[in-house]
Design a binder for this molecule. Structure first.
Ligand code: SF4
Ligand code: SF4
Length: 155
């Protein structure tokens, strides 16, 4: 079945899968990519994620398909107006991307995910709640680093 959304554009125009992309202003699907990751379980796993999410334009979410890093960087081939600069030779993943249930109306928001971490601070709050011993874990890491440095000095 074809889903048709009606929008106003010099009258009533039916948006179909065939013409949908030509009406899309932001081409949101070309402005980010996601990377599936193993489900984090341990404090070390979350510690690593805190480092990853500390990098600019990186977010993290969990949905029914699992955990993903979300990297909000537009593709370098995206042209002003939303066209693809290498359309004829674009990668396979772009050819296979379906505009069914895409971000035509705008980027996904927090409400679209089971868990969503927009930045380092939001993930840190989650870590502190999830692990009672989070602060102790950090102190332990810091102490072992100091011990290693002292041992080096004594050599
Ligand atoms: S797939 Fe969706 S978000 Fe991407 S250009 Fe087409 S309508 Fe826009
Ligand atoms: S190569 Fe083209 S279709 Fe693929 S993400 Fe970049 S701009 Fe979009």
């Amino acid at each position: 079945m074809t889903t048709a959304i009606s929008i106003k554009l010099e009258g009533e125009v039916k948006i179909t899968p065939e013409n949908k992309c030509s009406f899309c202003k932001g081409a949101t699907c070309c402005t980010y990519f996601t990377q599936a990751i193993d489900s984090p379980r341990s404090m070390a796993d979350f510690d690593l994620l805190l480092w990853q999410i500390s990098h600019r334009n990186t977010q993290l979410y969990r949905d029914s398909d699992g955990w993903f890093l979300l990297i909000n960087n537009p593709c370098q081939h995206l042209q002003p107006g939303g066209r693809c600069g290498i359309y004829q030779t674009r990668p396979q993943i772009c050819r296979e991307h379906s505009n069914d249930d895409c971000e035509f109306e705008g980027p996904s928001g927090e409400e679209d995910f089971d868990l969503f971490f927009r930045d380092y601070d939001s993930l840190l709050v989650y870590c502190r709640k999830k692990f009672n011993s989070w602060e102790a874990h950090l102190r332990k890491l810091s102490n072992s680093k100091k011990k290693r440095a002292r041992r080096k000095k004594d050599l």
